[in-house]
Design a protein around this ligand. Structure first.
Ligand code: Q9C
Ligand code: ZN
Length: 342
Protein backbone atom coordinates (compact mmCIF):
# COMPACT_ATOMS: atom_id res chain seq x y z
CA UNK A 1 0.00 0.00 0.00
CA UNK A 2 1.17 3.53 -0.74
CA UNK A 3 2.14 5.33 2.50
CA UNK A 4 2.55 9.08 2.98
CA UNK A 5 4.57 10.74 5.73
CA UNK A 6 6.30 14.06 6.37
CA UNK A 7 8.86 14.80 9.09
CA UNK A 8 7.32 18.29 9.30
CA UNK A 9 4.33 16.76 11.09
CA UNK A 10 6.65 16.47 14.10
CA UNK A 11 7.49 20.18 14.45
CA UNK A 12 4.57 20.74 16.82
CA UNK A 13 6.00 19.69 20.16
CA UNK A 14 3.65 21.08 22.82
CA UNK A 15 4.78 20.93 26.43
CA UNK A 16 1.37 21.07 28.07
CA UNK A 17 -2.00 19.34 28.08
CA UNK A 18 -4.54 20.06 30.80
CA UNK A 19 -5.32 16.55 32.02
CA UNK A 20 -6.81 15.46 35.32
CA UNK A 21 -6.34 18.96 36.72
CA UNK A 22 -2.65 19.18 35.90
CA UNK A 23 -0.52 20.33 32.97
CA UNK A 24 1.14 17.16 31.69
CA UNK A 25 3.18 16.28 28.57
CA UNK A 26 0.63 15.84 25.77
CA UNK A 27 -0.62 12.37 24.83
CA UNK A 28 -0.70 13.55 21.21
CA UNK A 29 3.08 13.83 20.78
CA UNK A 30 5.50 13.64 17.82
CA UNK A 31 6.85 10.29 19.02
CA UNK A 32 3.58 8.77 17.79
CA UNK A 33 4.75 9.38 14.24
CA UNK A 34 7.89 7.32 14.76
CA UNK A 35 5.97 4.52 16.46
CA UNK A 36 3.63 4.28 13.48
CA UNK A 37 6.50 4.42 10.98
CA UNK A 38 8.23 1.61 12.87
CA UNK A 39 5.05 -0.50 12.79
CA UNK A 40 4.63 0.00 9.04
CA UNK A 41 8.28 -0.80 8.43
CA UNK A 42 8.19 -3.93 10.57
CA UNK A 43 5.29 -5.31 8.53
CA UNK A 44 6.88 -4.28 5.24
CA UNK A 45 3.75 -2.42 4.28
CA UNK A 46 5.12 -0.47 1.38
CA UNK A 47 6.98 2.50 0.13
CA UNK A 48 6.86 5.65 2.29
CA UNK A 49 6.44 8.73 0.10
CA UNK A 50 6.77 12.42 0.90
CA UNK A 51 3.61 14.44 0.24
CA UNK A 52 3.43 17.34 -2.19
CA UNK A 53 2.73 20.82 -0.87
CA UNK A 54 -0.87 21.75 -1.58
CA UNK A 55 -1.10 25.17 0.04
CA UNK A 56 -4.22 26.52 1.71
CA UNK A 57 -6.78 25.89 -1.03
CA UNK A 58 -7.81 22.40 0.20
CA UNK A 59 -8.02 23.74 3.77
CA UNK A 60 -10.23 26.65 2.76
CA UNK A 61 -12.53 24.21 0.96
CA UNK A 62 -13.81 23.06 4.38
CA UNK A 63 -12.57 25.63 6.95
CA UNK A 64 -13.39 29.33 7.39
CA UNK A 65 -10.75 31.82 6.32
CA UNK A 66 -10.79 33.74 9.64
CA UNK A 67 -10.23 30.48 11.55
CA UNK A 68 -7.28 29.51 9.37
CA UNK A 69 -5.76 33.01 9.78
CA UNK A 70 -6.23 32.73 13.54
CA UNK A 71 -4.31 29.43 13.63
CA UNK A 72 -1.56 30.84 11.43
CA UNK A 73 -0.90 33.81 13.70
CA UNK A 74 -2.05 32.66 17.12
CA UNK A 75 1.33 31.69 18.55
CA UNK A 76 3.06 34.91 17.41
CA UNK A 77 0.22 37.06 18.74
CA UNK A 78 0.08 35.16 22.03
CA UNK A 79 3.80 35.74 22.59
CA UNK A 80 3.58 39.38 21.53
CA UNK A 81 0.79 39.87 24.09
CA UNK A 82 3.29 38.83 26.77
CA UNK A 83 1.75 35.51 27.83
CA UNK A 84 4.47 33.31 29.29
CA UNK A 85 3.20 29.77 28.68
CA UNK A 86 1.62 27.97 25.74
CA UNK A 87 -1.64 29.32 24.32
CA UNK A 88 -4.48 27.74 26.33
CA UNK A 89 -8.04 29.12 26.26
CA UNK A 90 -9.81 29.81 29.54
CA UNK A 91 -13.07 31.44 28.39
CA UNK A 92 -15.67 30.42 25.80
CA UNK A 93 -18.84 31.86 24.28
CA UNK A 94 -20.64 29.34 26.51
CA UNK A 95 -24.44 28.96 26.55
CA UNK A 96 -25.38 32.17 28.36
CA UNK A 97 -22.85 34.39 26.54
CA UNK A 98 -22.84 35.93 23.05
CA UNK A 99 -21.38 33.78 20.32
CA UNK A 100 -21.76 36.33 17.54
CA UNK A 101 -18.85 38.65 18.40
CA UNK A 102 -15.25 37.71 17.72
CA UNK A 103 -13.04 39.44 20.32
CA UNK A 104 -10.00 41.47 19.28
CA UNK A 105 -7.44 40.15 21.73
CA UNK A 106 -5.80 36.82 21.12
CA UNK A 107 -6.94 35.44 24.50
CA UNK A 108 -10.57 36.11 23.53
CA UNK A 109 -10.17 34.70 20.03
CA UNK A 110 -8.52 31.60 21.47
CA UNK A 111 -11.73 30.89 23.37
CA UNK A 112 -13.86 31.72 20.34
CA UNK A 113 -12.06 29.21 18.12
CA UNK A 114 -11.41 26.47 20.70
CA UNK A 115 -13.81 23.64 21.49
CA UNK A 116 -11.82 22.42 24.51
CA UNK A 117 -8.67 23.40 26.40
CA UNK A 118 -6.48 20.30 26.36
CA UNK A 119 -4.91 21.32 23.03
CA UNK A 120 -2.26 23.98 23.72
CA UNK A 121 -1.03 26.01 20.76
CA UNK A 122 2.75 26.39 20.52
CA UNK A 123 5.52 27.04 18.01
CA UNK A 124 5.19 24.78 14.98
CA UNK A 125 1.50 24.05 15.43
CA UNK A 126 0.38 25.65 12.18
CA UNK A 127 3.31 24.19 10.22
CA UNK A 128 2.60 20.67 11.50
CA UNK A 129 -1.11 21.02 10.74
CA UNK A 130 -0.21 22.15 7.20
CA UNK A 131 2.07 19.13 6.74
CA UNK A 132 -0.62 16.84 8.14
CA UNK A 133 -3.17 18.01 5.57
CA UNK A 134 -0.55 17.74 2.80
CA UNK A 135 -0.16 14.08 3.79
CA UNK A 136 -3.94 13.63 3.61
CA UNK A 137 -4.28 15.39 0.26
CA UNK A 138 -1.40 13.48 -1.33
CA UNK A 139 -2.83 10.20 -0.04
CA UNK A 140 -6.30 10.84 -1.42
CA UNK A 141 -4.83 12.09 -4.71
CA UNK A 142 -3.03 8.76 -5.05
CA UNK A 143 -6.29 6.89 -4.54
CA UNK A 144 -8.12 9.15 -6.99
CA UNK A 145 -5.43 8.70 -9.63
CA UNK A 146 -4.83 4.95 -9.28
CA UNK A 147 -7.84 3.44 -7.56
CA UNK A 148 -5.41 1.67 -5.25
CA UNK A 149 -5.39 2.30 -1.47
CA UNK A 150 -3.18 4.69 0.49
CA UNK A 151 -2.43 5.50 4.10
CA UNK A 152 -1.66 9.03 5.30
CA UNK A 153 0.31 9.29 8.52
CA UNK A 154 -1.48 12.47 9.55
CA UNK A 155 -0.32 14.22 12.70
CA UNK A 156 -1.79 16.26 14.30
CA UNK A 157 -5.06 14.37 13.83
CA UNK A 158 -8.12 16.07 12.36
CA UNK A 159 -11.56 14.64 13.08
CA UNK A 160 -12.51 16.95 15.96
CA UNK A 161 -11.70 20.09 13.96
CA UNK A 162 -14.90 21.81 12.84
CA UNK A 163 -15.20 24.45 10.11
CA UNK A 164 -13.98 27.07 12.60
CA UNK A 165 -12.89 25.21 15.76
CA UNK A 166 -9.80 23.36 16.98
CA UNK A 167 -9.46 21.02 19.94
CA UNK A 168 -9.30 17.36 20.87
CA UNK A 169 -5.71 17.56 19.47
CA UNK A 170 -7.03 18.59 16.02
CA UNK A 171 -6.61 21.75 13.90
CA UNK A 172 -7.41 20.95 10.26
CA UNK A 173 -9.91 18.23 9.52
CA UNK A 174 -7.79 15.98 7.32
CA UNK A 175 -10.61 13.51 6.57
CA UNK A 176 -13.00 16.30 5.57
CA UNK A 177 -10.29 17.87 3.40
CA UNK A 178 -9.73 14.52 1.68
CA UNK A 179 -13.45 13.90 1.15
CA UNK A 180 -13.92 17.38 -0.32
CA UNK A 181 -10.87 16.85 -2.53
CA UNK A 182 -12.50 13.74 -3.99
CA UNK A 183 -15.71 15.64 -4.71
CA UNK A 184 -13.76 18.47 -6.31
CA UNK A 185 -12.03 15.87 -8.49
CA UNK A 186 -15.43 14.77 -9.77
CA UNK A 187 -16.56 12.02 -7.40
CA UNK A 188 -20.32 12.20 -6.88
CA UNK A 189 -20.50 10.89 -3.33
CA UNK A 190 -17.94 9.94 -0.71
CA UNK A 191 -18.15 8.10 2.61
CA UNK A 192 -16.18 8.95 5.73
CA UNK A 193 -16.03 6.11 8.24
CA UNK A 194 -14.61 7.14 11.59
CA UNK A 195 -13.39 4.25 13.74
CA UNK A 196 -11.48 6.37 16.29
CA UNK A 197 -12.58 5.85 19.89
CA UNK A 198 -13.87 9.44 20.03
CA UNK A 199 -16.79 10.77 18.02
CA UNK A 200 -15.59 12.64 14.92
CA UNK A 201 -17.53 15.75 15.80
CA UNK A 202 -15.79 18.07 13.36
CA UNK A 203 -16.39 15.80 10.38
CA UNK A 204 -20.05 15.47 11.37
CA UNK A 205 -20.46 19.25 11.68
CA UNK A 206 -18.77 20.04 8.36
CA UNK A 207 -21.00 17.70 6.33
CA UNK A 208 -24.14 17.65 8.48
CA UNK A 209 -26.42 19.44 6.00
CA UNK A 210 -25.01 17.80 2.86
CA UNK A 211 -25.88 14.64 0.95
CA UNK A 212 -22.62 14.30 -1.02
CA UNK A 213 -20.63 13.00 1.97
CA UNK A 214 -21.95 10.19 4.17
CA UNK A 215 -20.45 10.27 7.66
CA UNK A 216 -20.50 7.23 9.95
CA UNK A 217 -18.80 7.08 13.34
CA UNK A 218 -18.40 4.30 15.92
CA UNK A 219 -17.34 5.75 19.26
CA UNK A 220 -17.59 5.97 23.02
CA UNK A 221 -21.03 7.11 24.18
CA UNK A 222 -20.89 10.92 24.43
CA UNK A 223 -23.00 10.79 27.59
CA UNK A 224 -19.83 9.61 29.35
CA UNK A 225 -17.02 10.35 26.87
CA UNK A 226 -15.28 13.24 25.10
CA UNK A 227 -16.52 15.26 23.18
CA UNK A 228 -19.69 14.95 25.33
CA UNK A 229 -21.76 17.46 23.35
CA UNK A 230 -22.12 15.61 20.04
CA UNK A 231 -22.16 12.02 18.80
CA UNK A 232 -25.59 10.71 19.88
CA UNK A 233 -27.49 8.18 17.79
CA UNK A 234 -30.34 10.60 17.04
CA UNK A 235 -28.05 12.91 15.03
CA UNK A 236 -28.97 11.81 11.49
CA UNK A 237 -28.16 14.93 9.46
CA UNK A 238 -30.33 17.90 8.52
CA UNK A 239 -31.83 19.52 5.42
CA UNK A 240 -30.34 17.94 2.30
CA UNK A 241 -28.14 15.89 4.63
CA UNK A 242 -31.06 14.27 6.46
CA UNK A 243 -30.23 10.57 6.78
CA UNK A 244 -26.59 11.09 5.72
CA UNK A 245 -25.06 10.88 9.21
CA UNK A 246 -24.81 7.70 11.28
CA UNK A 247 -23.63 7.62 14.89
CA UNK A 248 -23.08 4.31 16.65
CA UNK A 249 -22.18 5.14 20.27
CA UNK A 250 -21.03 2.24 22.45
CA UNK A 251 -20.43 1.98 26.19
CA UNK A 252 -17.01 2.07 27.85
CA UNK A 253 -15.57 -1.45 28.07
CA UNK A 254 -16.84 -2.47 24.61
CA UNK A 255 -14.73 -5.27 23.15
CA UNK A 256 -14.41 -6.66 19.62
CA UNK A 257 -17.59 -8.76 19.45
CA UNK A 258 -19.86 -5.82 20.05
CA UNK A 259 -17.63 -3.30 18.28
CA UNK A 260 -17.45 -5.33 15.08
CA UNK A 261 -21.24 -5.67 15.01
CA UNK A 262 -21.37 -1.86 14.92
CA UNK A 263 -18.72 -1.87 12.18
CA UNK A 264 -20.86 -4.24 10.10
CA UNK A 265 -23.86 -1.98 10.60
CA UNK A 266 -21.85 1.05 9.45
CA UNK A 267 -20.50 -0.86 6.45
CA UNK A 268 -23.97 -2.01 5.41
CA UNK A 269 -25.21 1.58 5.69
CA UNK A 270 -22.34 2.88 3.56
CA UNK A 271 -22.92 0.12 0.98
CA UNK A 272 -26.55 1.27 0.64
CA UNK A 273 -25.33 4.85 0.13
CA UNK A 274 -23.73 4.18 -3.27
CA UNK A 275 -20.40 5.96 -2.65
CA UNK A 276 -17.40 6.18 -4.96
CA UNK A 277 -14.63 6.51 -2.36
CA UNK A 278 -14.07 5.64 1.29
CA UNK A 279 -12.14 7.84 3.70
CA UNK A 280 -11.29 5.96 6.90
CA UNK A 281 -10.60 8.15 9.93
CA UNK A 282 -8.26 5.57 11.40
CA UNK A 283 -7.91 6.04 15.13
CA UNK A 284 -6.46 3.07 16.96
CA UNK A 285 -7.33 4.43 20.41
CA UNK A 286 -9.99 1.68 20.54
CA UNK A 287 -7.08 -0.52 21.68
CA UNK A 288 -7.44 -1.96 25.21
CA UNK A 289 -4.06 -0.50 26.22
CA UNK A 290 -4.81 3.05 25.12
CA UNK A 291 -4.07 5.46 27.98
CA UNK A 292 -7.05 7.83 27.48
CA UNK A 293 -9.77 5.64 25.96
CA UNK A 294 -12.13 2.92 27.15
CA UNK A 295 -12.74 0.26 24.48
CA UNK A 296 -11.12 -3.17 24.68
CA UNK A 297 -9.93 -4.12 21.18
CA UNK A 298 -6.85 -6.37 21.09
CA UNK A 299 -4.02 -6.06 18.56
CA UNK A 300 -5.16 -9.00 16.43
CA UNK A 301 -8.65 -7.53 16.21
CA UNK A 302 -7.21 -4.78 14.02
CA UNK A 303 -6.45 -7.33 11.27
CA UNK A 304 -10.13 -8.21 11.16
CA UNK A 305 -11.05 -4.51 11.06
CA UNK A 306 -8.91 -4.16 7.92
CA UNK A 307 -10.44 -7.27 6.32
CA UNK A 308 -13.98 -6.05 6.85
CA UNK A 309 -13.19 -2.59 5.48
CA UNK A 310 -11.79 -4.25 2.35
CA UNK A 311 -15.11 -6.05 1.97
CA UNK A 312 -16.72 -2.79 0.87
CA UNK A 313 -14.66 -2.94 -2.31
CA UNK A 314 -14.27 0.84 -2.55
CA UNK A 315 -11.16 2.86 -3.40
CA UNK A 316 -9.96 3.67 0.12
CA UNK A 317 -7.76 6.22 1.83
CA UNK A 318 -6.78 5.70 5.46
CA UNK A 319 -5.88 8.77 7.51
CA UNK A 320 -4.42 8.50 11.00
CA UNK A 321 -6.47 10.01 13.83
CA UNK A 322 -5.93 9.01 17.48
CA UNK A 323 -4.00 6.25 19.23
CA UNK A 324 -1.69 7.31 22.00
CA UNK A 325 1.82 6.76 23.22
CA UNK A 326 2.01 3.05 23.63
CA UNK A 327 4.24 0.80 21.54
CA UNK A 328 1.25 -0.94 19.97
CA UNK A 329 -0.08 2.01 18.02
CA UNK A 330 2.31 1.21 15.17
CA UNK A 331 1.48 -2.48 15.24
CA UNK A 332 -2.24 -1.78 15.33
CA UNK A 333 -2.21 0.63 12.40
CA UNK A 334 -0.08 -1.84 10.43
CA UNK A 335 -2.54 -4.64 11.21
CA UNK A 336 -5.51 -2.69 9.87
CA UNK A 337 -3.62 -1.97 6.65
CA UNK A 338 -2.35 -5.53 6.20
CA UNK A 339 -5.79 -6.95 6.99
CA UNK A 340 -7.16 -4.65 4.29
CA UNK A 341 -4.66 -5.90 1.72
CA UNK A 342 -5.26 -9.58 2.32
N1 Q9C B 1 -6.68 14.24 28.79
C1 Q9C B 1 -8.29 12.13 19.18
O1 Q9C B 1 -8.27 10.96 19.47
N2 Q9C B 1 -9.73 14.40 25.97
N3 Q9C B 1 -8.55 13.09 20.08
C2 Q9C B 1 -8.59 13.75 26.53
C3 Q9C B 1 -7.35 13.02 28.46
C4 Q9C B 1 -9.50 14.76 24.60
C5 Q9C B 1 -8.85 12.77 21.43
C6 Q9C B 1 -8.75 13.33 27.95
C7 Q9C B 1 -9.36 13.57 23.71
C8 Q9C B 1 -9.12 13.96 22.28
C9 Q9C B 1 -7.96 12.57 17.79
ZN1 ZN C 1 -9.61 9.51 19.54
Amino acid sequence: MRLYHSETTKVRRAQTELHDGALVPPFECPERVDLVLAGLEERGLGEVCAPNEHGLAPVLAVHDRDYVAFLEHCWTEWQAAGHAGEAIPNIWPARTLRGDRIPDSVAGRLGYYALACETSICAGTFEAAMASKDVAVSAVDHVLETGTPAFGLCRPPGHHAASDQFGGYCFFNNAAIAAQRALDAGRRRVAVLDVDFHHGKGTQQIFYARDDVLVASIHGDPAVTFPYFLGYADERGEGAGEGCNLNLPLPPGTSMTRWVAALDEALAWIREGDCELLVVSLGVDTFAGDPISAFRLESDDFLEVGRRLAGLGLPTVFLLEGGYAVEEIGVNVAKVLSGFER
